[in-house]
Design a protein around this ligand. Structure first.
Ligand SMILES: Cc1cc2nc3c(=O)[nH]c(=O)nc-3n(C[C@H](O)[C@H](O)[C@H](O)COP(=O)(O)OP(=O)(O)OC[C@H]3O[C@@H](n4cnc5c(N)ncnc54)[C@H](O)[C@@H]3O)c2cc1C
Ligand code: FES
Length: 355
């Protein structure tokens, strides 16, 4: 059946909309190529008055879901109040999954956030969302090292939770040191589960830290005390940019460290000055140095965008003239007629884009 649904003949017959458009009308859980999911439940993990709530969303994907490796993320697209689909990236918090398997994402409702607030505060069982396949290289290797160190802060716990749960499921025989920083015990995501894991004594040391209440901050001395020789221990770290910067400094260039950002720091913005010409809409603005996506939005345009971090490619736009600088890597490019991701490219001087 799947072979027929994915055949060229059927694609030609259902052109220009494609077979998935028809299948979706018949049953939103039927798909030949696309990946969609039905929300099974939305469970509040953390709800501290005056602070953004965090919820775990359980998703039942279509059979087209290929599964995921612990640590990977997925793009989630939602249509809020009938508006055009908006997409953001979320790490998967449940253990590794196989084709068609249920999985979870755990989302902090970012104040003013379009997608995170929708998922935490408005979505309910039965709501359909659009997905990508799982992506990302922030994963455990096929041969898991004997000792694994995981460091996270805030909602950055999600990919590490997937790794921890996966290793538990596989009954990993080695040692795991799991360090998590949260504002307070009330802000602790997965508190009950981590407490139980810590007590189980199966070679997993769990340290839940709240520096605002007097627990030690991350420092070389603290890590050395906890894990002697930690710079040689394979380590996965995920959290807010300032925390990741502190972890990087603590590891001093060691290649045992792998990191993931939810919001990467910008190494250098573009240069202010020069004109940005949005050719198709006939608008010209004085360049502010911000990425082109932000400048286009400030000019009242609504270009396609998704992750806003150079991951999903949905903002790819043709730059016809000028130089741009990638604000994540600092690399500049002056090629004419070049397709660029406008969420992470800022103009350096005059620039013309097809928007
Ligand atoms: C690889 C990866 C994995 C991620 N995994 C998770 C996850 O597991 N759980 C999770 O909750 N989020 C995760 N994120 C962040 C997520 O993709 C969104 O950026 C976040 O949910 C905000 O989206 P939004 O649509 O709600 O806000 P937007 O509508 O995009 O933004 C609204 C406002 O919030 C600001 N903002 C945007 N993103 C953030 C942020 N991350 N922190 C603080 N302020 C922000 C914007 O500048 C803007 O002012 C991940 C991001 C990446 C790149
Ligand atoms: S919005 Fe995802 S790459 Fe630009």
């Amino acid at each position: 059946m799947n072979r027929i649904l994915r055949s060229r003949a059927l694609a030609a017959l259902t052109s220009p909309h494609g077979v998935d458009r028809y299948l979706e009308q018949l049953n939103p859980m039927w798909a030949a190529h696309e990946v969609r999911a039905r929300i099974v439940s939305v469970h509040r993990e953390v709800d501290v008055p005056g602070h953004p709530p965090v919820a775990t969303v359980t998703l039942q994907p279509t059979s087209t879901w290929a599964g995921h490796r612990a640590g990977q993320h997925v793009q989630v697209g939602v249509e809020v109040d009938g508006a055009r689909r908006t997409t953001r990236v979320f790490s998967i918090s449940s253990p590794e999954s196989g084709p068609g398997d249920r999985f979870t994402i755990t989302v902090r409702a970012n104040p003013g956030g379009v997608v995170s607030r929708y998922l935490v505060e408005r979505a309910a069982a039965g709501t359909m969302v659009h997905l990508s396949q799982a992506r990302g290289e922030f994963v455990l290797p096929a041969r898991v090292p004997e000792h694994v160190l995981m460091i996270s802060g805030g909602s950055g716990i999600t990919p590490l939770m997937s790794m921890l749960r996966t290793l538990q499921r596989r009954t990993h025989r080695g040692r795991i040191t799991f360090l998590h920083y949260a504002q307070s015990p009330d802000h602790q995501i997965f508190a009950a589960e981590l407490d139980e894991v810590g007590r189980s004594g199966h070679g997993i040391d769990v340290h839940l830290l709240h520096p605002e209440l007097g627990d030690p901050n991350l420092s070389p001395a603290y890590l050395e005390r906890l894990v002697p020789g930690y710079r040689e221990v394979p380590t996965w770290a995920c959290g807010p940019a300032p925390m990741i910067e502190a972890v990087r400094a603590t590891y001093d260039g060691s290649d045992a460290l792998r990191v993931e950002y939810f919001r990467p720091p910008r190494v250098r913005a573009g240069a202010e000055g020069g004109d940005v010409v949005f050719e198709r809409s006939g608008r010209t603005v004085a360049g502010s140095g911000a990425p082109l996506l932000e400048q286009a939005e400030a000019a009242g345009l609504t270009p396609e965008s998704g992750c806003r971090m150079g991951i999903c490619l949905s903002c790819t736009t043709r730059k016809t003239e000028g130089t741009v600088r990638n604000v994540l890597t600092g690399v500049e490019s002056s090629l004419p007629d070049e397709d660029i991701q406008i969420c992470v490219n800022a103009p350096v001087g005059d620039c013309v884009v097809d928007l």
